[in-house]
Design a protein around this ligand. Structure first.
Ligand SMILES: [Zn+2]
Length: 130
């Protein structure tokens, strides 16, 4: 799985994700074999809007990395274009994910202070849970 186009996109200020170039199935990170059409290494990259919704969320209570002290939220965000990203949420009032209902509209932000840069998602104040 080669995610260099994603990281290069973040360095350029864009959220680039993948889909199957043969059948269009959204899939990120790109699988070696498309689970729908079976094509190998057919990922094509595109720039997503950065809009999405919280598909699933949890709070991690274990420290894995010093730069991510527990507790911290981990979420699966479904982008408007279809791919789902395992990511983190920022701008929450507390670490209590009762504040982030499933379906909450979120917007991507690029954390350029992180190396490599990463994408995080902030609840959209205009977007109620859908
Ligand atoms: Zn496919």
């Amino acid at each position: 799985m080669d995610v260099r186009p994603h990281v290069d996109g973040l360095r350029a200020g864009e959220l680039r994700v993948s889909r199957c170039g043969a059948c269009g199935l959204p899939a990120f990170p790109p699988p070696r074999v498309c689970p729908r059409c079976g094509r190998r290494d057919a990922a094509e990259w595109f720039t997503a809007s950065g809009r999405g919704t919280v598909w699933s969320a949890a709070v991690f209570h274990r420290n894995y990395l010093p730069e991510h002290p527990a507790p911290y939220p981990v979420a699966v965000v479904e982008l408007a274009e279809g791919p789902r990203l395992v990511t983190t949420l920022t701008g929450l009032p507390t670490a209590d994910l009762a504040d982030v209902p499933i379906g909450q509209a979120v917007t991507a932000e690029i954390d350029a202070h992180h190396e490599p840069p990463r994408v995080v998602f902030r609840p959209d104040p205009e977007g109620a849970a859908r």
